[in-house]
Write a protein that binds this ligand. Structure first.
Ligand code: HEC
Length: 161
């Protein structure tokens, strides 16, 4: 009899400890969830305020300056861009491109090159440019590779002057 009573007391003690442990865990995991959901909206706000513009390069990481690509971009610039853009600050049909890689993000420039119509409709900075120049930059179906080459050419132009 005595042994059974001790056994019962032991079982009760184990159950009590288990309940405390389970309760403790539940409490801390709901605290974690609360902390997570407090962080999430802040991250979303960041994405909305992104300076990348609109298009397939938004939110993408762009590699650092590449001299070989810059060289290639010079050829593409002459054939596809030089009719409307100077490499100085002077405006022709479009804005002079000197300093553009300092004032815009790489992804923004890549989106402007590959997606100009949507950019001037949806991106505030591109919209302002259209209001100023009154001509829509044409979409010339520039490939991702050529767009990157052009970006690097513009980066080189900004370093050199
Ligand atoms: C038909 C003329 C035309 C051609 C061709 C053209 N653009 Fe544009 N570009 C513009 C105009 C005009 C704007 C200002 C936005 C608008 O009105 O659409 C502009 C804006 C830009 C901007 C933004 C400048 C800034 O100050 O933020 C960049 C960068 C740019 N063009 C690069 C290029 C590149 C690179 C090419 C060649 C693939 C090119 N453009 C071809 C007319 C042109």
């Amino acid at each position: 009899m005595k042994a059974k009573a001790r056994m019962n007391a032991l079982l009760i003690a184990i159950t009590a400890v288990a309940a405390v442990v389970a309760g403790g865990c539940g409490g801390s995991s709901s605290d974690e969830n609360k902390a997570k959901s407090a962080v999430e909206p802040t991250e979303e706000t960041k994405v909305e305020a992104s300076p990348d513009g609109v298009g397939r390069f938004a939110g993408k990481e762009v590699a650092a300056f590449d001299a070989a690509l810059a060289e290639k971009g010079g050829t593409a610039f002459e054939s596809k861009c030089a009719a409307c853009h100077k490499l100085t600050a002077d405006k022709v049909v479009g804005p002079g491109l000197l300093g553009v890689t300092k004032k815009r993000s790489a992804a923004w420039i890549l989106n402007m090159i590959t997606n100009p119509e949507e950019m001037t409709k949806q991106d505030p900075q591109a919209k302002a440019l259209l209001a100023e120049h009154l001509i829509q930059m044409t979409n010339q179906n520039v490939s991702d590779e050529d767009a990157l080459a052009l970006l690097n050419f513009l980066r080189k132009n900004d370093e050199a002057k």
